[in-house]
Ligand binder design. Structure first.
Ligand SMILES: Nc1ncnc2c1ncn2[C@@H]1O[C@H](COP(=O)(O)OP(=O)(O)OP(=O)(O)O)[C@@H](O)[C@H]1O
Length: 230
């Protein structure tokens, strides 16, 4: 595996609230994610997983320490830098967030429309191709309401990966799925990641998918407590 650092975190602390209500949520986090790694972040409810994920994903402004994503320091960075970094990231959430009024391929294509430069034909072709890769070639014209939970999550994966992002963040991507679909969905993410050389961070409570990671890290009360290399 190539050990090029994709995310480098040093002494990251994070607080919510102001004045007397100010509460520290993340404590002195040090972490490096490298190219092509699949990392699982686990930990009890309220331990700070989503907070850490949204900071790494450029969705929340970091307050102190150092947080470099693709070489860009985000502590003290301008708004523009966050926008630029987010273009390199795919996000997959528990509630897949598909638009019900759009078909599977139109949902995937939306992600391409955010990036300029593709003709409508190219965008449609790319959307159809990635849906084929995730095993939904025969469902491209289906609306989300006619797809199963696992199929919807695969559309969400296709949407996150169609732009060939350098990083994918997935927050509880298997929470609404049965054991087999959950495993299939993560396996698919893992395969596509290895093929595209992208780094994946999955936040999960789901012990059924732990064996799919290259590395498991654990948060407890806002501190990284354990690291397991598989
Ligand atoms: N916007 C916010 N303002 C104030 N406190 C917050 C905010 N977001 C989260 N918190 C608090 O920060 C702590 C960590 O929350 P976070 O959502 O990161 O945990 P988590 O590990 O992802 O939990 P879960 O597994 O339940 O999703 C919790 O105590 C939560 O109440």
């Amino acid at each position: 595996m190539n050990h090029e650092p994709i995310i480098e975190i040093k002494q990251l602390n994070h607080y919510f609230g102001k004045g007397e209500l100010r509460k520290q949520i993340l404590f002195d986090i040090n972490l490096t994610l490298t190219k092509g790694e699949v990392v699982i972040l686990k930990g009890p409810s309220g331990s700070g997983k989503t907070t850490l994920l949204t900071l790494m994903g450029g969705l929340r402004v970091p307050q102190m320490g150092s947080l470099k994503v693709l070489g860009q320091e985000l502590v003290g960075a301008k708004k523009q830098s966050f926008v630029k970094i987010r273009r390199n990231i795919g996000y997959i959430f528990q509630a897949h967030n598909l638009l019900e009024c759009l078909t599977a391929w139109e949902n995937v294509q939306m992600s391409l429309e955010l990036h300029q430069g593709y003709s409508p034909q190219t965008m449609k072709q790319k959307s159809l191709e990635i849906l084929e890769v995730v095993g939904l070639g025969s469902r491209v014209n289906y609306y989300p309401q006619n797809l199963s939970g696992g199929q919807k999550q695969r559309v969400a994966i296709a949407r996150a990966l169609v732009n060939h992002p350098k990083i994918v963040f997935a927050d509880e991507p298997t929470a609404s799925l049965d054991s087999k679909s959950g495993h299939d969905v993560v396996e698919l993410m893992q395969k596509l990641a290895k093929k595209q050389g992208c780094t994946i961070l999955i936040v999960t409570h789901d012990n059924r998918i732990l064996d799919m990671a290259d590395r498991i890290i654990e948060l407890n009360d806002g501190s990284l407590v354990a690291e397991v290399v598989i």
